[in-house]
Design a protein around this ligand. Structure first.
Ligand code: SAH
Ligand code: SF4
Length: 348
């Protein structure tokens, strides 16, 4: 189905010309979209007959805003209804000079990592490329209407595929959206500003590197194979040794690293032997570790490693020559933090 949220300038120009309208109108339409307006009826300087033709051709936008929540640190979480049914969440994280949008790629997730809230939800469907891109337009529109006070950025600058779902299990939606984000007549974002996070689907990582070599984040969570089998069950299919080979050949942009995400679970993966295994696994020149504070949710069965211990873990890594950072939790007063996204929970 053709979608206005993801159509490129040249296709829209041919479409309009084919309908007997002047080519320059396409630019006008995309100027509106660039402000986050996806409904042709709201494109005021576009003649009514073109708007009507666009509505007839493209139909309803893929997403509708249902709810917006703002956290005390400026993070905003959006609940969107998909045109085809179901709801997803998107998070906007402001920082001093940047605005990061955390995109969802699936409704639910099939992979069942036991500490992840999204994994607890039944897998329902993949998002289309148009629905992934529309999340960005919707956030853009919101930031324009209600600007941020603590950021000099006025529009999203960075994208991370770290919302609901496993992006590499939805390759067609992921690839369509990346093609658009990178295209110079699409969003024209640099590959250095886009990060795809995956639990480690190996053939898909290789294809990503060949087709769209954006930044890569791997949900490692343990460098011990047995433990990773439990924490990230896809490890049974794609174990650490195989992951190693694929990571070593992933194409990196200059001055960029692969991020190994490591959610710290008290008494589970935060012990000296875990540190040892991690130091043995990481490639110091190409990879860095991002220690993530576990975001608890009711009946998760896990507890977070205390912040002080996380800091000590990070300094031990650093003292052994490993790049390591501790990720502050953002938006946790509205359950917008990593692994807390679960569209059903908001309606309970
Ligand atoms: N499916 C992808 C991307 C979405 S999850 C992946 O697994 O990488 C984004 C990150 O949040 C992953 O590193 C995930 O392991 C982590 N995460 C999941 N549940 C979490 C929780 N409760 N607390 C903190 N991080 C969590
Ligand atoms: Fe899916 Fe990622 Fe959650 Fe694992 S951590 S269940 S792969 S969303």
């Amino acid at each position: 189905m053709p979608e206005l949220s993801i159509v490129l300038l040249s296709s829209l120009q041919s479409l309009l010309q084919g309908w007997g309208f002047p080519k320059y109108r396409a630019k006008q339409v995309l100027d509106w979209r660039n402000k986050g307006v996806l409904d042709p009826q709201a494109m005021l300087n576009v003649p009514q007959e073109i708007r009507a033709a666009l509505v007839a051709h493209f139909g309803e936008p893929p997403l509708r805003l249902v709810q917006r929540q703002c956290a005390s640190d400026g993070t905003r979480k959006y609940l969107f209804a998909l045109r085809e049914g179901g709801t997803i969440e998107t998070v906007m994280i402001p920082e001093r000079k940047r605005i990061t949008v955390c995109l969802s790629s699936q409704l639910g997730c099939i992979l069942d990592c036991p500490f992840c809230y999204t994994g607890r939800q039944n897998f329902e469907k993949n998002l289309t490329g148009a629905a992934i891109v529309a999340q960005l337009w919707m956030v853009k529109a919101d930031v324009m209407v209600d600007p941020l006070i603590n950021s000099t950025a006025t529009t999203p600058t960075h994208l991370v595929y770290m919302g609901m779902g496993e992006p590499l299990a939805n390759e067609s939606g992921l690839h369509q959206s990346l093609a658009f984000f990178l295209d110079e007549t699409g969003m024209h974002l640099s590959r250095r500003r886009i990060t795809v996070s995956t639990s480690g689907l190996l053939p898909q990582i290789t294809r990503l590197g060949e087709m769209f070599p954006v930044n890569l984040a791997i949900s490692l969570h343990s460098a011990k194979n047995d433990l990773r089998n439990t924490l990230v069950p896809i490890n049974k299919k794609y174990p650490l040794t195989k992951l190693r080979k694929i990571l070593d050949s992933y194409p990196l942009a200059e001055q960029r690293y692969i991020t190994l995400e490591y959610v710290m679970l008290a008494g589970i993966n935060d012990q000296p032997e875990d540190l040892l295994a991690l130091v043995g696994y990481v490639r110091k020149l190409r990879e860095r570790i991002n220690l993530i504070h576990f975001n608890p949710y009711p009946n998760s069965g896990y507890t977070a490693t205390p912040i002080k211990m996380m800091d000590a873990f990070a300094s031990d890594l650093v003292s052994q020559g490993v790049r390591a950072t501790v990720r502050r939790s953002r938006g946790d007063d509205i359950m917008a933090a990593c692994g807390q996204l679960n569209a059903h929970a908001m309606r309970q």
